[in-house]
Design a protein around this ligand. Sequence first.
Ligand SMILES: [Zn+2]
Length: 405
Amino acid sequence: MSSTPEITEAEVTNAVYDPFDLFTLFAEGSIADGDQEPAPALPVANPSPPTDARHPADVMHLHVPAAPTLRRIGNVAYFAAKGKAYRLRPASDGSYIAVSITTDERAAAGATMKATAAQVWHECGAGTDPAPPRVEHGQDHMGKPTAAVRGENEQSGLSLSIRREQFTTACPRCGGSGELKSYRRVNGGVCFRCEGDGIGMYYTIDEAVNAVYRLDIEARARADEKAIAAVRKKWRLETFDAAHPDLAELFAQATHLPEFAIEMRKLICKGRTLTECQLSTLRQMATEDRTRRATAAEREAERVAKVEASRPAGAEGETVSVTGKVTTRAEYSSGPDYRPRRKVRIVVDDEAGVQVIAFVSTRAAAGVRLGNRVTVTGSVADPTARDLVTLAIQSRLIRAKFTTT
Ligand SMILES: [Zn+2]
């Protein structure tokens, strides 16, 4: 269907997201040769290696700054180098010490904040320009010439390669087809953005080298920005918690945090001031949360007390009688599928530390109701079995007989 079958849908998708595809490189031969022919829009088949190959450094004009930018967060100056954040702490003699945020180790000391930051910047290599991208000429498996531009920077982890086949990116308006079917009444549907050639943009090799170099530097800056943003976010949350100690407890819990509280947390991270209405909703939530947790703690204390007080109903094989309340009565199916038998699981709790569990037939359980007081008599089969939920000892009885009291 497409008029340019060599551009697949996958490539069009890549063209939007893949930074490799943002550049189109011309065959350098066609540039060096001058204006004998109009420059082809697509890569030419036989590029000669560049004759006047300028060193990539000649065309680069971007450099990393000599010192990091100092950021004030709260009343403290921070900076980032190589993706790590540092705090500047004044020393007693008026000089400054740079301390790593992550390791809390002293990284450098200097007379001024700027000089201290610059020293860390210099020592960790953040002030060194990335190595110039390499241009590699080669051939693909079909013998067609290829070129790749690679920028390599261990710190940013960036390695870009632009192959000749990918130098042209599809026009984002028409997806590379050069025409728009829905506009075929207008000038035959020719795409106005690419004027029908389907090409989004292209760069020369020099421009691509510059772009790779720039991406490398930008990746460093982004990593530093991210480190500072994390510090700022942490500071905002801590400042908010200090100003609203009544809400700190609510926010401290990682689970069960209500949706609204999560949203408010995000706003605080962005540096927004919460309205009085939002704050009062949060306070109400904090109160509910305290009540809920107090109840849960009470219940947990009860459970622990019950587990500690629990003891076996008797020794294995001993016949015992337990009088208490039926706390569980659950029917279930047992036996093979072709002959299922209805059975009942019954737990009797004497509320003095003895619980027994019995698995009996529905007939044996007749008349036993949940909450009733009954006396159960049976032989202890497993004295130290435990309730899987509360973990209290729940001796298992066999041949259990119930009498309603
Ligand atoms: Zn187009």
